[in-house]
Design a protein around this ligand. Sequence first.
Ligand SMILES: *Cc1c(COP(=O)(O)O)cnc(C)c1O
Length: 403
Amino acid sequence: MSTSFEPGAPTPDDVVPLCVPSIGGNAWEYVKDCLDTGWVSSVGDYVTRFEKMTAERLGAKHAVAVVNGTSALHVALVCSGVQAGDEVLVSSLTFIATANAVRYAGATAIPIDAEADYWQIDPTKIEEFLSLECTRVGDRWINRRSGRRVSAIVPAHILGHPVDLDPILETAHRYGLKVVEDAAEGLGASYKGRAVGRIAPVGCLSFNGNKLITTGGGGMVVTDDDALAARARYLTTQAKDDPIEYVHGELGYNYRLTNLQAALGCAQMEQLDDHITAKRRIAAAYRRSLSDVPGVTLMPEAPWADSVYWLYTIGVDEDRFGMSSRELLKRLAAERVQSRPLWQPMHRSPVHSEGSFQQCPVADRLNRDALSLPSSVELTSREQERVIQAVRAAACGGRRQAA
Ligand SMILES: *Cc1c(COP(=O)(O)O)cnc(C)c1O
């Protein structure tokens, strides 16, 4: 039996997949419209419409559609003034795209540990790094060990839960750093009533197949800043200077989302609220049914947060639960239930550990103990019941009695 299928790939009927897209509403109609009219590529009404819908949804002035979330981060960093040779603070516990985008901008990612309560990047660790490891030279802050300028922070709202952004924005202001929100997993979530992705001066979204909504592949740069939006649009369309002549003023990128993808995006954006309702319902059912299982930590939600519970994730305490998170993963796979651990933290990544300066014990512990459970928008209550029963049966090794 295979448990490593891609999200969105056809799965055997009786396997409960981790997270697959939900394609409904006007998707067929809008995509068919592109096919019927021939407007399938990088120009077309749906791109503009999708950008407008996204901007409106987040309450932002501008949204610039791009080919994926990683390119959104790359161009947002460049537009924020991150330069080759800089250092950028990132969540250690995040999907590698966050740190890869920093590298694409020529900078080095410095992984920062998570906080234990809500599993997001720890604002106090950011402050600690800047105050203990960096020195002010003119208007720049230099990492004493590397001699490099620290220019930005990229907090990633992981698993659909917002980062505690206010202290991070305050620290960034004091140290003159730019902030780029990685809201790839947080579309629809809010922090103290503000939409995630538009709290910092620039935010990035992803519409990959397993995210809250999908365009197959896609992303968005979101900002209120007119100049930044114009520059993002320019750089993502090959930095074209003249409408007729092929004259390009600087190094640009072919990052523009296609009309075909944007058509799907418009239909998906119309369904975002339904998707969020489904995710929250799934989370509530897991919470109800797993709260009494020894050794299981439920997914947290801060008092100041409205989480969209992108992937419902539990912590598994090996001693009390009776097996490790990886043993539980195998046990669930044997029951034809797909689950997944969190990412290797960036301070352990062979690609990004170079920038590592601090221990990240919380990220390490979450990497060891956390397991994401099936969270597709269309997960049925019968399927979810199977997941719940499989976890309960595995508790205490499936052999010993519960304490
Ligand atoms: C998915 C994701 C990205 C990248 O998005 P793509 O569209 O896959 O390029 C970036 N950061 C985080 C935290 C993600 O989960």
